[in-house]
Design a binder for this molecule. Structure first.
Ligand SMILES: Nc1ncnc2c1ncn2[C@@H]1O[C@H](COP(=O)(O)OP(=O)(O)O)[C@@H](O)[C@H]1O
Ligand SMILES: [Mg+2]
Length: 289
């Protein structure tokens, strides 16, 4: 299936993206018991308007990374810079779609009110709010349940509400943490295409965490493969699949298969404790970069 909105010619839409710089990020959880070094040393950069996926073994620190970037908790050391400013708290113009979307919606507000709330906080006028809420809920296929409450919807529908809320906000940066883990395969494909459509329309910077290798390659311009904890970047894989993606065509492409094999092997190596490419044993070596 392909996207339904008109394609943007460049990745510079109305809101525009911001550059994200992560330099020598380290995160150690301290509290009761032994300290946990979740992230050892992460350095990477995401250009304004780029869509980058992050994959890695479970427990690799993907959620930790997003929480630090979202300003929800401080790094132990290192630099986090968004659009030229150090991240010290939740940055303006950032929207986050978390793993546990059910908990992120307010049960006492309708679907439309949930989407509208952050727009009120942003100071968007009433007429424009109604427009944005209507448009984005229609775009996620929920135009006919705007008056329902979240608990009346399926998991996949609730996740669409969370995505509509993030889209309506017209962020400069969108962070997503395994957002489709709990939806069925068909819905998942539709939501993936929706993310790419939004990304192209708004020209936003997107960081998308997933444990699904195929999803990472289908969505991303690049895939950052993380090692196991304490985490470093194992490889920054360039996805040369072009701007136009199609669920059937792109996934059937020889380059897609090659990338999938390569990233799969990297993740297996990461699980086995490999922390640098030099130490990785790859039977299908080399992403063409
Ligand atoms: N609040 C916390 N306190 C202590 N350890 C934590 C906390 N949150 C996560 N961790 C640990 O940090 C590591 C990375 O976790 P997480 O970022 O959730 O990984 P991922 O999202 O890649 O599965 C794991 O070992 C996890 O147990
Ligand atoms: Mg996680």
């Amino acid at each position: 299936m392909s996207s339904t909105t008109s394609p943007a010619s460049t990745a510079a839409g109305p809101s525009g993206g911001a550059r994200l710089v992560v330099r020598n990020l380290r995160k150690v959880y301290t509290g009761r018991g032994e300290p946990v070094e979740a992230i050892a040393d992460l350095t990477f950069e995401i250009r304004p308007g780029e869509l980058v996926c992050v994959v890695g073994p479970s427990g690799a620190g993907k959620t930790t990374l997003l929480r630090c970037v979202a300003g929800l908790m401080p790094a132990t050391s290192g630099e986090l810079v968004l659009g030229g400013s150090a991240i010290t708290g939740p940055p303006q113009g950032m929207a986050v779609v978390l793993q546990e979307y059910g908990r992120s919606l307010f049960p006492w507000l309708t679907v439309a009110e949930n989407v509208e709330l952050p727009l009120k906080e942003k100071g968007v006028g009433k007429a424009r709010r109604a427009e944005l809420v209507g448009e984005t809920l229609a775009a996620v296929g929920l135009g006919d349940v705007t008056g329902s409450y979240p608990w009346q919807l399926s998991g996949g529908m609730q996740q669409r509400v969370a995505i509509a809320r993030a889209a309506a906000y017209e962020p400069q940066v969108l962070l997503m943490d395994e957002p489709f883990a709990a939806v069925d395969a068909q819905t998942r494909f539709e939501l993936e295409d929706l993310v790419r459509t939004l990304w192209k329309r708004l020209g936003i910077t997107v960081v998308f965490v997933t444990h699904d290798i195929d999803e990472a390659i289908y969505l991303g311009e690049r895939v950052l493969v993380l090692s196991a904890r304490p985490t470093v970047v194992l490889e920054d894989v360039v996805v040369g699949l072009g701007a136009e993606r199609d669920q059937l065509e792109t996934r059937g492409h020889a380059e897609f298969a090659r990338l999938r094999t390569h990233v799969y092997e990297l993740v297996q190596q990461a699980k086995a404790g490999v922390r640098s490419l030099a130490d990785a044993h790859l039977t299908h070596p080399g992403a063409a970069t």
